[in-house]
Design a protein around this ligand. Sequence first.
Ligand code: KIV
Length: 279
Amino acid sequence: MANDSPVRRLTVRDIARAKGGEPIVSLTAYTAPVARIADEACDFVLVGDSLGMVLYGMESTVGVTVDMMIAHGRAVVRATRRACIVVDMPFGSYEQSPAQAFGTAARIVAETGCAAVKLEGGQEMAATIDFLTARGVPVLGHVGLMPQSVNAAGFQVQGKTEESARRIRADARAVEAAGAFGIVIENTVELLSRTLTQELTVPTIGIGASPACDGQILVTEDIVGLAGAFTPRFVKRYAELGDGLAGAVRDYAADVRARRFPGPEHIANPAVPQAKSKA
Ligand code: KIV
């Protein structure tokens, strides 16, 4: 979905209209520097609750709070101009009732300026998605592997059995019928995601799903080697920034210990002439 205009922000309608066309490109961002870079190449940027694990070192996403999502969502909206920004609703902030979900979503949209929220769930969330979309909150659905349900379901590939595939299919259809403008399909068997992409009228955004999906999303830190030792099978590494950062930190520490940093060019009016620094 190439767009030559650098200033018009893409909307959820642009994303919905991209169904079946050029693949929709998406990455996560949680901070202004990463968001600024993602904005150059992405159609939509997700402020995912994966930030709990990637930024805060949590074991899962279930400890993420609405306040965390709002703080990071604000930073990402501020740093971007073109991409459509979607913010995740964290675990426990929407499942109780449609009214609870609306209260959370209204706060997230009003306090961050994002275009839409994402929530995990299928048939059981359809009434909530309907409630939100009928009240002006665009929703991106999320089916298949749902990390907020890790305590009940684990992290394994979904849709392997006939029963599981049938359930995910019914989930995706219910989420679409409830008014979601798109659906993230995470870590499912390929044929299921391919079939869903053909059947649904809204775009499917795959993560560990299928190249046939209408778009793809990954966690940015995963593709650049900044997310720790474990890399999911469905991630492709495009850079090794972790190694680069570790090297920079080691060089800095060595310079400080050897008094090579700061050099005269790094300080104002040095009182004593100093040795020339490497930098
Ligand atoms: O939280 C997240 O980052 C996500 C995507 C990876 C789909 O839900």
